[in-house]
Design a protein around this ligand. Structure first.
Ligand code: CP3
Length: 355
């Protein structure tokens, strides 16, 4: 049996239900800015060995919750576990980010992609999830996640991180049907992957669409939005008598937030290039909003951080449906005490917006 949640503010805010204060979690809250994370990663050897070890993955998932009064945990893992399970051979080069030994660039390679046995090949993710749920003992909800098919597809096709996305944009222009097929294949596996995370204890899920908005709007709708829509339509939406909210985060979505709000998701992540007041105009009462302080603000003084928090809360304004977060992941150069200033400021300043 699952213990009742002691703090369900995140789930309530995602459903746009009233809360006494704005709940907070931080993208990449477990990571290199924390010395205790660097220690465990060194113990594991490398990043993927850390992801594959459920006890160590659980440990780093919980580290930020010991330091800060956060309202959610997010499983420590990566969006590229899915193509790794498809046989692309994920590895990391220090300072260069992720790489694939076997990128898929041609129609043939895309057609012949191996559909993985998700339960088996990604069992380390689900075991980590069950371990974290047990250790959390109902303190806060646990968030599961996956990448959007387009975002995951950029790494699969380019073979690693990219600035120009020239190979995948070439496919969009010259062989759109082939790219549709790749998006479908990734979407189908992602549905299984997220549903298995929900079975293993994820109480909300986020789809990270870091690169979708680098496409022109029509291509964004065809390749990124449509494949995320397919995933949402295939997800388990209720577990143990509770809704499992779905958050879509398209970085740099801007006016596309209006399209994203019609997918049937519960909440949208917003980055700092759109203020929350404008985002609210785009989405109306359809979905909750999550965000959106510029992670760069965490490099500044405590006073500047508090001002940034105050401005973010004021921009969303009063009423339910705001989850505080950064507009993208926290970076490795941040002083951990500065994140504490942010979290304390949300706690102190947000009740005024929930009367
Ligand atoms: O938010 C969390 O705390 C959960 C864990 C998480 C990680 N990656 C851990 C990680 C999540 C949700 C991700 C998502 C992810 N991974 C995205 C989408 C979100 C985003 O930030 O845009 C993308 C594009 C990836 C792919 C990826 N994984 C990249 C580009 C890198 C290298 C990044 C870098 O800064 O070097 C990774 C590795 C990675 N994933 C790290 C962490 C903590 C750094 C690993 C390390 O060196 O210890």
């Amino acid at each position: 049996m699952t213990a009742a949640l002691k703090n369900d503010l995140l789930l309530r805010a995602l459903m746009r239900q009233p809360v006494p204060r704005t709940p907070t979690w931080i993208m990449r809250q477990a990571g290199r800015y924390l010395p205790e994370y660097r220690e465990v990663r060194a113990e594991a050897g490398d990043f993927m060995s850390l992801c594959r070890n459920p006890d160590l993955a659980c440990e780093v998932t919980l580290q930020p919750l010991r330091r800060y009064d956060l309202d959610a945990a997010i499983l420590f893992s990566d969006i590229l576990t899915v193509p790794d399970a498809m046989g692309l051979g994920l590895y990391f080069v220090a300072g260069e980010g992720p790489k694939f030994r076997n990128p898929v660039r041609t129609a043939n390679a895309i057609r012949n992609l191996r559909i993985p046995d998700v339960e088996k090949e990604l069992s380390y993710v689900f075991e980590a999830m069950r371990t974290v749920r047990r250790e959390l003992n109902g303190d806060v909800p646990l968030i599961g996640f996956a990448g959007s098919p387009f975002t995951v597809g950029t790494y699969m096709v380019e073979g690693g991180s990219s600035r120009s996305f020239s190979t995948i944009k070439g496919l969009a222009a010259e062989a759109p049907d082939v790219l549709d097929e790749l998006m479908n294949t990734i979407a189908n596996t992602t549905i299984e992957y997220l549903n298995a995370q929900i079975d293993a204890g994820a109480q909300a899920v986020q789809i990270f669409d870091t690169w979708g908005a680098t496409l022109e709007p029509d291509d964004f709708r065809r390749f990124s939005l449509a494949s995320m829509q397919k995933i949402i339509d295939g997800l388990t939406r209720e577990r143990d008598g509770r809704k499992v909210p779905v958050i879509l985060f398209t970085k740099g979505a801007g006016a596309l937030l209006a399209d994203l709000a019609d997918t049937g998701c519960d909440a949208l992540g917003v980055d700092w290039t759109t203020d929350l007041a404008t985002a609210r105009e785009f989405v109306g009462d359809k979905v909750a909003l999550q965000g959106n302080l510029d992670p760069a603000v965490l490099r500044e003084s405590p006073d500047t951080i508090r001002q940034g928090v105050a401005a973010t809360l004021a921009s969303f304004g009063t009423g339910p449906g705001h989850i505080f977060n950064l507009g993208h992941g926290i970076t490795p150069d941040i002083d951990p005490d500065h994140l504490g200033v942010l979290i304390d400021a949300v706690k102190e300043l947000s009740p005024a917006y929930h009367t």
